[in-house]
Design a protein around this ligand. Structure first.
Ligand code: FES
Ligand SMILES: [Fe+2]
Length: 385
């Protein structure tokens, strides 16, 4: 059934008070890296709100409203000193909780500082990634996904800002048919899909995908995790799903698509390669110190050898070309869109849960469950003679 414009808004608008915005505010979201802070406050935009991220002299992380509540100057220009972030304009000083510690130009007997409280959100760091929670208190636990916690391997992470609504990027994670077309190489033979199945789990969707080419079968299991993350495993060498070579070392990836606002999305990737016989797979170089790097709209890498989009920009190009906010009133979903249909179903349920005052799917509050959350994607290659 075709979506109405109002329904499309319901999935895609992320500001305070919107159904998706309220639902997304029940989860932790990655917004940057400790390595990018470098003793300076950094401007951030998350769920349509302008914020400033910083680490005070005591190492505490803070996320405050960008504009000083005195007269609106950007706290990105402020000084990190005296136990907080001091506005550059008239010196008001705020700590990580949003308390106003000093107002140097005000008569102390007025106690005006005690009447001012600035917008402050909770932030926590895990594996060098900084996560923010912007919903009602008490905050749920920051999920300790295995590859953020494991110590038996190497990690690499980076972040990009893209010019498209987050939801069309989230839909990509459960859209298994796109592999065969978007990521093909003109020189590669197309493979035969054997089965593609999507099932709802406690935390999201499990995707199972098996394909066959030249007598070799490759079976992939990956996971979508509410509300914007997926976990995939790479245990087979292939720069294209039709060229399959078994590999003895592998790695796993967590990827988030966090709405900066309605038309921009922060894409964060964390890779983890475990040591196998003292060796780990080679990972893409770490880019945490660069922060969230803007990928200019419409500028994509090009692979001369294939005369097609470069592999790293294929998904972004397809998603940005759907429009800033994909118009779902014109779409025609078919049988092969099973994953997208399931995703929308669990998003509707999550928005309804929040409307009724319940935690949506995948929110973690049990410390025992959160020691380490293991979600294991797989890739297997077998001969099918
Ligand atoms: S505007 Fe920030 S202290 Fe005046
Ligand atoms: Fe893709």
């Amino acid at each position: 059934m075709t979506m109405t414009a109002a329904e499309n808004d319901m999935f895609t608008r992320v500001g305070p008070g919107t159904p998706a915005g309220e639902m997304l505010r029940r989860y932790w979201h990655p917004i940057g890296f400790t390595k990018e802070l470098k003793d300076r406050p950094v401007r951030k935009r998350l769920l349509g709100e302008d914020l400033v991220l910083f680490q005070d002299e005591l190492g505490r992380l803070g996320l405050l409203g960008l504009r000083c509540p005195h007269r609106g100057t950007s706290l990105e220009l402020g000084y990190l000193e005296d136990g907080g972030l001091r506005c550059c304009y008239h010196g008001w000083l705020f700590d990580v909780t949003g308390a106003c510690l000093e107002q140097p130009c005000e008569p102390p007997e007025h106690n005006f500082k005690d009447k001012v409280r600035h917008l402050a959100y909770e932030v926590e760091e895990l594996a060098g990634v900084i996560f923010a929670y912007m919903g009602p208190r008490p905050a749920p636990l920051l999920p300790r996904y295995d590859i953020l916690v494991r110590e038996d391997g190497i990690r690499s992470a980076w972040g990009r800002l893209m010019s498209a609504n987050y939801f069309q990027m989230v839909e990509n994670t459960v859209d298994q048919h796109h592999f065969r077309w978007l990521h093909r190489k003109p020189s590669s033979a197309l493979w035969r899909n054997i089965d593609l199945e999507s099932h709802v789990t406690d935390f999201g969707i499990r995707d199972h995908y098996s394909r066959e080419i030249d007598g070799v079968k490759c079976t992939t299991t990956s996971y979508f995790i509410m509300p914007t993350m997926n976990k995939t495993g790479y245990h087979v060498d292939h720069d294209h799903p039709g060229s399959i070579v078994a590999s003895h070392v592998g790695y796993e990836a967590l990827r988030w698509r966090v709405p900066a606002d309605d038309t921009h999305t922060i894409h964060v990737t964390v890779l983890f390669a475990p040591y196998v016989d003292g060796k780990a797979a080679e990972l893409r170089p770490d880019g945490q110190d660069k922060g969230i790097v803007e990928s200019p709209y419409g500028v994509y890498s090009w692979d001369e050898s294939t005369n097609h989009l470069g592999r790293n920009d294929q998904d972004r190009a397809a998603q940005e070309s759907q429009g800033e906010i994909c118009d779902r009133t014109i779409e025609h979903l078919g049988f092969s869109d099973e994953g997208v249909i399931l995703l929308r179903k669990i998003y509707r349920e999550a928005m309804e849960d929040v409307r009724r005052g319940r935690d949506p799917r995948g929110v973690v509050r049990d410390p025992e469950q959160n020691e380490m959350i293991e979600i294991t994607p797989s890739e297997e290659v077998t001969r099918v003679d």
